[in-house]
Design a protein around this ligand. Structure first.
Ligand code: FAD
Ligand code: NAD
Length: 446
């Protein structure tokens, strides 16, 4: 094999995880990155970033509407085509920009679908590439359930590129993707249905806060179909008809499947080289090594109970690079904040409310309806609510839930306090801008 095809490390997948690993490793190693789709992966092309560009506009409309009769006059409407053009003004340049970044950093990169030939050899388009270490960073992929009429179903990727907003749409599922995209569609003027096979929304968040999201979406005319299992989808002239197993019928223009995103492992031929995986992804140990020691897996491709999010993939990419370069410590995750952008936002970090409720001897829970506080009264964010969880022993903040406009900012401050294990007294020597969400911290954690 020519020197050109030999590397220290091959990374399969150029999303946030693979790229974090690649840039760190390339400071000391010859690295090859292989990508079969869009350079940059899910987050900037068809995930977090385009989603939040659409969210930013529809959420501004929602917040502006709250100021009707308080000095703001006139009505606002969403121009879907202009909104999409705005999104594309960002996403169109991502793949080429990412590839240029790799080229400028001198990182070898190749477009194509990778699979294992053996534990040190990857094949792309009938050409072999060898490396001592291989990192699987292939992410997760959209999923279409096996039901009659599955050919009519679309995914979040299709939604984020819709040229025209349909009049009436349905999402199957009530997790992150369904809730966030339903909110965008409803705020933009579509009639939206959410079809969930049980009675639970956003299972990673406290049920009592999920109820608030349900109420907010219902007020935006989103219809929930609980305990509804989709039996089939048929095409009827210009519409799609969804039939539920209990005889339900919902007629819409488009149906989007949002029942979870499985790890993207199909192409890799992992079984061929004895790398084990389960329903959630590639099995790894606490050094992110797969069942074969020289092959690592990171990000959404991994089997784990942690949330599968961009910062988690980046953290793991960085960790794996350091491990390949010689570090020996097991991975030690900081607390992971997460937010569903549903207008308002629901954010959570650290010890969960359910866990704290089950262990009353260990934790004090303080849930405060903050809608009447100046910060939220000013924004007319009447329903805002914050829960803090502190240890009874040391009085240290260990968990929080925030439901509010811009909850993402307050949760970040709370996350910093938890990560640094700062006592409430630390806030006495901190002087944030007043009035701001940060200036409320001393009333939330004292
Ligand atoms: C609609 C949506 C909204 C989201 N919003 C958020 C958010 O607000 N905040 C957040 O933190 N997270 C969000 N996420 C999740 C986030 O996008 C992922 O957690 C993140 O992109 C995972 O990074 P990754 O590097 O592990 O995988 P990915 O970004 O999925 O990258 C993996 C790459 O590997 C490539 N690949 C796969 N198989 C092969 C192969 N055999 N050969 C070569 N290349 C291959 C793929 O084409 C892909 O580009 C969202 C996801 C979606 C779908
Ligand atoms: N804001 C964010 O950070 C963000 C946003 C979007 C996506 N993501 C990431 O992407 C992942 C995938 O999101 P998702 O919403 O596709 O998955 P999810 O796991 O969050 O939700 C899937 C939903 O589908 C339901 N479901 C499963 N099977 C069903 C069926 N047969 N009929 C009806 N409902 C069914 C589940 O009960 C659940 O409510 C998330 O877990 C998260 O890691 C994060």
């Amino acid at each position: 094999m020519s020197e050109k095809k030999r590397f220290d490390t091959i990374i399969i997948g150029a999303g946030p995880g693979g790229l974090a690993a690649a840039y760190k490793l390339a400071q000391k190693q010859r690295v090859l990155v292989i990508e079969k789709g869009l350079w940059g992966g899910t987050c900037p092309n068809c995930g977090c970033d385009p989603k939040k560009m659409l969210y930013g506009v529809v959420e501004t409309k929602r917040q502006a509407q709250l100021f009707a009769q308080t000095g703001l006059e006139g009505s606002l409407a969403i121009d879907w085509s202009a909104l999409m053009a705005f999104k594309k003004s960002y996403t169109d340049s991502i793949p080429a920009g990412t590839e240029q970044g790799l080229a400028h950093a001198g990182i070898a990169h190749l477009h194509g679908t990778a699979h294992f030939l053996d534990l040190n050899t990857i094949e792309v388009d009938h050409t072999s590439y060898q490396a001592r270490n291989i990192v699987i960073a292939t992410g997760a992929q959209p999923f279409i359930p096996e039901i009659p009429g599955k050919e009519y179903l679309q995914t979040s990727t299709d939604f984020l590129s819709l040229e025209h907003l349909p009049a009436e749409i349905a999402f199957i599922g009530a997790g992150y993707v369904a809730v966030e995209l339903a909110n965008i569609a409803a705020q933009a003027g579509a009639k939206v249905h959410l079809i969930q096979h049980n009675k639970r929304i956003l299972r990673g968040f406290p049920a009592e806060y999920g109820e608030k999201i349900i109420a907010a979406l219902t007020a935006k005319k989103v219809t929930f179909h609980w305990n509804c299992e989709v039996a089939k989808v048929t095409k009827e002239q210009h519409h799609l008809s969804i039939k539920g197993t209990h005889g339900e019928q919902i007629v819409v223009d488009n149906v989007f499947a949002a029942t979870g995103r499985p790890a993207a492992l199909d192409d890799l031929q992992l079984a061929h080289v004895g790398i084990e995986s389960d329903q959630r992804g590639v099995k790894v140990n606490d050094h992110l090594q797969t069942t074969k020691a020289n092959v690592y897996a990171i990000g959404d491709a991994v089997s784990k109970s942690l949330p599968k999010l961009t910062p988690v993939s980046g953290f793991e990419g960085n960790y794996v690079a350091e491990t390949i370069l010689g570090a020996t410590a097991p991975i030690n995750y900081p607390v992971i904040a997460h937010t569903v952008f549903a207008g308002p936002e629901l954010s959570q970090v650290g010890v969960s409310l359910a866990w704290a409720q089950k262990h009353p001897a260990d934790y004090s829970i303080n849930t405060q309806a903050v809608g009447s506080w100046y910060t939220y009264q000013r924004l007319r964010d009447n329903d805002a609510q914050v829960t803090t969880i502190v240890t009874k022993k040391a009085n240290h903040l260990v968990g929080a839930v925030v439901y509010a406009a811009n909850a993402e900012e307050l949760i970040n401050y709370l996350t910093a306090l938890i990560t640094q294990q700062l006592p409430a007294t630390a806030l006495a020597n901190w002087m944030p801008v007043y009035p701001s969400a940060a200036s409320d911290l001393k009333y939330l954690y004292s």
